[in-house]
Design a protein around this ligand. Sequence first.
Ligand code: FAD
Length: 454
Amino acid sequence: MTAIHWFRRDLRLGDNPALHSAAEAGGDVLALYVLDPRIWESAGAPRRAYLARSLAALDAQTGGRLLVRHGDPRDVVPAVAREVGAEQVHVAASYEPFGRRRDDDVEWQLEDAGAALVRTGSAYAVAPGRVRNGSGADYKVFTPFRRAWAEHGWRAPAPDAAATARDVTFVDAGRSDAVPDAPVPDGLELPEAGEHAALDRWRAMLDGPLSHYADERDRPDLDSTSRLSVPLKWGEIHPRTILADLAHRRGEGADTFRSQIAWREFHADVLHHNPTARRESLTPVVPEASWASGDAEQRLLDAWAHGRTGYPVVDAGMRQLRAEGWMHNRVRMVVASFLVKDLHVRWQRGADHFMAWLADGDVPQNQLNWQWVAGTGRDAAPYFRVFNPVTQGVKFDPHGHYVRRWVPELRDIPGKAVHEPWKLPRSAAPDYAERLVDHAHERQVALGAYQSMR
Ligand SMILES: Cc1cc2nc3c(=O)[nH]c(=O)nc-3n(C[C@H](O)[C@H](O)[C@H](O)COP(=O)(O)OP(=O)(O)OC[C@H]3O[C@@H](n4cnc5c(N)ncnc54)[C@H](O)[C@@H]3O)c2cc1C
């Protein structure tokens, strides 16, 4: 009997309990990926290109036996189950609002096909919704959540990729639909996709930057973070694999890294309990009328999105995003704060732009981090804490290397002076944008709007 494993956000063989559960149920496993054209179209070019590469890597791992079908999973999954006479379709459970609805619909349709949807595990160490306080409610604040999450604990990793490749027999299910062409936008370079590349990156982190992570993770000029957000987004590595390795490490680096993984789990938990947080502020903090609108909003948004605000660290970040489909976390915070509190553009507009360009673009992480910066989320930065783009630049890019790397117009300005080019003669950087707004003034405007709502 063949069982289906429907790959979604678990594009790996190793530490994949749902895949093992499919093998235990059926003996032979049909590896299926359903490419939903509506999601494909809305994904943004960097994510489409990365996904295409990740699917190619997974196909190679299954000996060329990954069956790709295009269409709505509500139709495709039951149709494939009928084709191969499968009685079980195995998945890692989805917890985002869209994925939950889709899976409930598929489950319903599968019943008609005489098959069951079997959910085992998720993309998280602890499934969203599972960590509760003493009265059974969800946590609103990160630190107690992290404590309870760590106390709850997680299972040991399932067998690794080599063992899975030995244990699981993938069946040849015949004709696959081709993955559509996914050209990489001009100037964009994506990291290598697939489980092997993800594990290599994690090992390099463990043996290198992890020991300095606590001190250096906020420095965009250093290569001090793991860049695992992209493989985590696609499930090329599971957080449990990471947490199991961290359990053998002592020191502040390992503790801080574990805490960052806990933020990922916290945001998934918050969205699980508050599905409207995908589009709506959890706690509105400024009056609607204070937001830019119409042509003015579009003009500000365009300058920001293209890295032409005249604030070097903001422009460097926005250009890194277009060049790598990724941006350093500290800089994400600075550019997001600048859009919301200096340009007075709603966080949702910035979140949409991020989703269009990030290879790690992920609804719970993106939307809830935007809400954190905008002061509207759970345990968010208070609205009155407005990031100063100059002091942030000087503190976290002290020698100006990061800015000069991404903003060539500023290449000739040495040291930290690069963070305030307007203090130099215009001839020092004649091609660089003038400041779009005055930060000190816009900060007062933002604080005024905040006060008026209190
Ligand atoms: C406005 C904004 C939008 C963001 N959008 C996304 C997004 O769409 N997808 C995404 O994965 N992350 C997002 N983040 C979180 C964070 O910026 C990235 O996860 C991080 O920069 C990824 O780089 P890294 O893997 O080198 O991180 P590392 O420093 O190596 O951290 C390790 C892992 O911890 C997790 N992590 C680290 N910081 C955070 C955080 N603040 N919130 C949640 N998880 C975290 C990530 O999974 C990351 O891969 C966003 C942050 C901000 C401020």
